[in-house]
Ligand binder design. Structure first.
Ligand code: PLP
Length: 491
């Protein structure tokens, strides 16, 4: 299987090359030239472990990796680091099944991909005889940064630089990042929002002079954001696994459709669900849930993507995004792989801050449903779910559940539904605690303690004692200082 650029202007690559490179030279994203079929029947997958399914999915996409290579990557990634023995529990809450993707080291779903990406990348470097040091640049809305730092800390021949929006992440998220250990880790707050950070990172990638300077230093850039295909493919596995678990529970019969609801920011997670559907998992509607930054809701409803709008800081900060990078991949597939068309849309986004898709793409969007929830609705949803079912959701997951409730009301569709549950409630402890009726506390850490005292839900190991850890990263930068920061990190 080869990987091509969504903008049609570059040569194709093997999976290993695409993982190392991160983003294509023509600024497009790498996509597989065909979506592979599931390597087993729906009946056969019922009793498979997470590791078996991850192996099967990843090796179907990454055909240039040997069987042993993929097995080693999977075994290294999905082990006791996860605080759930089945890696991704599927739990009934209210009217839906929650796919709990947050039992890894940093308590967010980003661990699902970022526990394995360092293995996939170092394997790729060996395969491609890449002897340069790989410098991982990461823009984060809060969760990717910490998961990438954990994944790459002290990995030989790599350096990792993370940029997060100053005041755009929760107190717990920030503390997780700025206390990160590891000789090769670098963390900066930037004066701007996530889109600024992501645009800055893309700009560094596209600066060929800078790439030459780095090459002289024996270094090469790569990405841990979901623009890297090595992030996306491991995420497909958990949607396949979700279906296997529902079969096992008897919640569905083989072949019966499910709906999937994904709280969406950069469109990576929901794109992985789309790929799982293309592979043969029976999925009906892909429900894309947004917070007040509802550019995707509007896009799905109108075919017009318009970022000229107010930007809101919400209590689901990982979705405070207006430029959803991975949407480019979906548009490419829906356009019939028309790279020139996608390049024109992305240029329009750059220049005019909006674009309108063709009727063909718009028709393809019909399998998606878009909805959004505001902060107040999110908090009410957390409170109601806890009161009625004793189930605790984080703010992002609650956005998804609220949109699901609205979807059901609007359509009457009673299809068995899986909600991608993307973070531990403790990462957003202040909002969650207040939503279930707990009083004001002095800081985010006091909310963690209060939430635990009330609910008894286990605190993820990675979040314990965070307030007492040494702060190791204090840099705050302007957007135009990001490149300099990367150079400094390599000294
Ligand atoms: C990253 C993140 C999201 C958004 O996922 P995308 O793949 O960017 O759409 C949602 N919830 C949480 C908790 C996240 O960390």
């Amino acid at each position: 299987m080869k990987y091509k650029s969504t903008r049609g202007g570059a040569d194709s690559r093997s999976a290993a090359q695409a993982v190392i490179q991160g983003i294509s030279q023509d600024k497009g994203l790498f996509v597989p030239d065909a979506i592979p079929e599931l390597p087993f029947s729906l009946e056969e997958m019922k009793d498979k472990t997470y590791q078996e399914i991850a192996y099967a999915v990843i090796s179907s996409f990454f055909t240039d990796y040997t069987k042993e290579e993929v097995q080693t990557c999977v075994a290294g990634a999905y082990d006791e680091k996860f605080e759930a023995s089945d890696i991704v529990p599927v739990v009934k809450g209210g009217d839906a099944y929650f796919l709990e993707l947050y039992h890894g080291k940093t308590a967010a779903f980003k661990d699902m991909a970022l526990s394995i990406l360092p293995y996939l990348l170092t394997t790729a470097m060996k395969k491609e005889k890449e002897d340069k040091k790989i410098v991982i640049l990461t823009a984060t809305s809060g969760d990717t940064g910490k998961a990438a730092l954990e994944g790459f800390a002290d990995v030989t021949n790599t350096e990792i630089v993370v940029f997060y929006p100053n005041e755009g992440v929760s107190e717990v998220q920030e503390r997780q990042m700025i206390t990160q250990e590891g000789k090769n880790t670098h963390v900066y707050a930037i004066r701007g929002n996530f889109d600024d950070a992501q645009t800055g990172v893309k700009r560094i990638f596209n600066d060929s002079d800078f790439a030459e300077k780095l090459a002289d230093l024996g270094c090469k850039l790569s990405s841990a954001n979901s623009i890297n295909i090595g992030r996306l493919v491991p995420q497909v596995a958990y949607y396949v696994y979700a279906y296997a678990k529902l079969l096992e529970k008897g919640a569905v019969q083989a072949g019966e459709k499910i709906n999937v609801v994904v709280p969406t920011g950069n469109f990576g997670n929901i794109l992985a669900a789309y790929y799982a559907k293309q592979m043969g998992i029976p999925v009906g509607r892909l429900i894309c849930a947004s917070n007040e930054n509802k550019v995707l809701t509007d896009f799905i409803n109108t075919g017009i993507y318009d970022i000229q709008r107010e930007f809101y800081l919400t209590n689901s900060p990982s979705m405070d995004i207006l430029i959803s990078s991975n949407l480019e991949r979906l548009l490419y597939h829906l356009s019939g792989e028309n790279g020139a068309e996608i390049a024109a849309l992305m240029e329009s986004l750059d220049k005019n801050k909006k674009y309108q898709v063709s009727d063909k793409i718009k028709e393809g969007l019909a399998e998606f449903y878009g909805g959004f929830a505001d902060v107040q609705e999110t908090n009410e949803t957390i409170g109601n779910m806890y009161r009625e079912n004793g189930y605790l959701m984080d703010t992002h997951t609650a956005v998804a559940y609220k949109v699901y409730e609205d979807y059901k009301k609007a359509t009457g569709d009673e299809t068995v539904t899986v909600i991608a549950s993307t973070a531990s409630a403790y990462k957003f402890a202040d909002s969650v605690a207040k939503s279930i009726g707990l009083p004001e506390e002095k800081d985010g850490f006091a909310y963690v303690a209060a939430l635990h005292a009330k609910t008894g839900v286990r605190i993820p190991a990675g979040l314990k004692g965070l307030e007492d850890k040494e702060i190791r990263h204090r840099g705050v930068l302007d957007i135009n200082q990001m490149q300099e920061a990367v150079r400094d990190a390599l000294k």
